[in-house]
Design a protein around this ligand. Structure first.
Ligand SMILES: O=C(O)CCC(=O)C(=O)O
Ligand SMILES: [Fe+2]
Length: 240
């Protein structure tokens, strides 16, 4: 995994270009159930095996076979990313974004073990990661430019189709992440993209003058929900 560490991002984020093949991507896109989408105002969403209960508990049930092979199997083979997770991966949120759609800056929070693995399908996007603003970091801005405080430091992670992004440690607990609602991402270069050296296709971006048009993108975000309810937990909780 060390070869995939994003050098300038908060510790620790890993980017693996071409984590799956184009055939596997097409298989995943075909396999996502078409009748389980929950429409939101700026994207649509589904949760596998189900949404969490109001107190952030998972009613456990096996993840579908189409997710197990190849994605979950391959994740298990990457040394140790979910090694400390109490249950292993037991939950998958699927987000779909049309061009111009995104997600507000947020943190994924304490319902999950602090590791998330994101597989991107379809289009490219830029994930904007920013240090959480605390009273201390806001006051660290200068008088001339209050926004220069540590609280506003941001990193841009370009997520290409078929890539894997792993976010853990203080990158999980101390930062926010979001996706801007734009039709294209611009000003992409080795100076602005934290994972530039790890990208699959830098040349294409250079050929496009540092621009990347948005296309429909689907992300699979794989996590370990900490609270698993009752009997089902005994049957299905341990998925590793
Ligand atoms: O689509 C993505 O890459 C991010 C999704 C996300 O932040 C989430 O589901 O919590
Ligand atoms: Fe998130």
């Amino acid at each position: 995994m060390e070869a995939h560490l994003i050098p300038t991002a908060p510790s620790s984020m890993y980017y693996i270009a071409d984590f799956i093949t184009a055939e596997e991507e097409a298989f995943l896109l075909r396999s996502i159930p078409s009748n389980r989408w929950v429409p939101l105002s700026h994207r649509r969403l589904q949760a596998l095996p189900s949404r969490l209960t109001t107190n952030s508990t998972l009613l456990p049930s096996p993840l579908p076979a189409w997710l197990e092979h190849p994605v979950l199997e391959r994740l298990k083979s990457l040394d140790g990313i979910f090694a400390d997770a109490p249950h292993g991966i037991n939950h998958c949120l699927i987000n779909e974004y049309l061009p111009g759609q995104g997600i507000m800056p947020h943190e994924d929070g304490g319902a999950y073990h602090p590791v998330v693995a994101t597989v991107s399908l379809g289009g490219s996007t830029v994930l904007e990661v920013s240090q959480k603003r605390t009273a201390d970091s806001v006051s660290a801005g200068t008088l001339e430019d209050p926004s220069s405080g540590a609280g506003t430091k941001t990193w841009r992670i370009l997520q290409e189709p078929r890539s894997l992004l792993v976010t853990c440690g203080s990158a999980y607990t101390e930062t926010l992440h979001g996706i801007a609602e734009v039709m294209e991402d611009a000003d992409l270069s080795e100076h602005t993209v934290a994972n530039w050296s790890l990208l699959s296709d830098r040349q294409q971006i250079l050929n496009q003058g540092g621009r990347s048009e948005r296309a429909t993108r689907i992300s699979l975000t794989l996590r370990d929900v900490k609270k698993v309810s009752g009997l089902g937990a005994k049957l299905f909780g341990k998925t590793r």
